[in-house]
Design a protein around this ligand. Structure first.
Ligand SMILES: C/C=C/C(=O)SCCNC(=O)CCNC(=O)[C@H](O)C(C)(C)COP(=O)(O)OP(=O)(O)OC[C@H]1O[C@@H](n2cnc3c(N)ncnc32)[C@H](O)[C@@H]1OP(=O)(O)O
Length: 269
């Protein structure tokens, strides 16, 4: 039984669906090990230029699996704190994998995104939501800390420290419209998956190294100590593509000729 499916609805775009709707796509080992492995495999597939993550059924992802009976696989001989840590390691690995992929990842949030599900959405570079979606920093409701899987790093950067604190201290539900208003998601769309695939298709048309370097600099720039120290790094990326591809000249020609640019990323000078 596989709880993850991969589709290729259009050239260059892969859709990974968490597919355990009866458990609201909660993050059990048997869901998240294949999620991690499939993401790594998509990362090595050069025909995939953008990845969409969504959930089957009513939820995007209900966070940590609260119903798994017994011991997760590969944890024989470990006491409970030991296998709880292994479970966290796996989820952190998924979040880190998304950030390390060279392709942009788009969260198509179709319903509840709770606890780790919120973190999964936040790890994606682009988040869009269905009007039915809602979000909850649920760790605090479960007697734990709301800080998990990068939330205290990612959420304030997405919505600002005041909104992040409001959500993390109260564990309240953030409905789709408010999520769009405070910038947690960039668009609301119905059907959300169709819109996410269209965004992926647009990305797939563009220069691949340009997109890859943009992803790297988006993350490095967010973490940089100062704009002045970071601008030269951005500049090196620009120069690298300017010197190694013909894309800038092609974009200029295309603009003058009133046609879409045809980027070729395989032109060594
Ligand atoms: C490191 C990471 C930490 C974390 O992620 S902490 C956060 C852990 N997650 C949660 O606290 C969420 C708990 N779940 C809920 O609050 C609600 O559920 C939802 C908001 C997700 C959905 O509510 P509704 O639409 O009313 O559906 P329903 O009847 O509660 O759930 C449908 C079925 O899904 C199962 N389910 C829901 N969440 C989880 C989960 N996290 N782990 C395992 N199963 C879950 C339920 O039990 C139920 O199943 P059945 O129909 O057999 O009663």
């Amino acid at each position: 039984m596989s709880y993850v499916s991969i589709d290729r609805p259009v050239d260059g775009v892969a859709v990974l669906t968490l597919d355990r709707p009866e458990r609201m796509n909660a993050m059990s080992f048997d869901v998240m090990v294949p999620v991690r492995d499939q993401l790594v495999a998509l990362g090595h597939d050069n025909s995939v230029r953008a990845i969409v993550i969504t959930g089957a059924g009513r939820a995007f992802c209900a966070g940590a699996d609260q119903e798994s009976a017994g011991r997760p696989p590969h944890t024989e001989g470990l006491a409970r704190p030991g296998y709880a840590l292994r479970s966290l390691d796996l989820l952190e690995d998924v979040i880190g994998t998304i950030r390390r992929l060279h392709q942009p990842v788009i969260a198509a949030v179709n319903g509840a995104a709770i606890g780790g599900g919120l973190c999964l959405a936040l790890a994606c570079e682009i988040r869009i939501a269905s009007p039915a979606a809602y979000f909850r920093a649920a760790g605090i409701n479960n007697g734990l800390t709301a800080s998990e899987l990068g939330l205290s790093y990612l959420l304030p950067r997405a919505v600002g420290s005041s909104h992040a604190a409001d959500l993390m201290f109260t564990g309240r539900d953030l409905m789709a419209e408010e999520a769009a208003r405070i910038g947690l998601v960039s668009r609301l769309a119905d059907p959300v998956l169709e819109e996410a695939i269209a965004i992926g298709a647009r990305i797939a048309e563009l220069s691949q190294p340009g997109i890859e370097l943009t992803k790297k600099s988006l993350h490095a720039g967010t973490a940089a100590g100062s704009m002045e120290s970071y601008m030269p790094v951005e500049g090196i990326g620009q120069l690298y593509l300017r010197l190694l591809t013909d894309n800038f000249e092609e974009a200029t020609r295309a603009r003058k000729e009133g046609r879409p640019a045809r980027f070729r990323d395989d032109l060594p000078r």
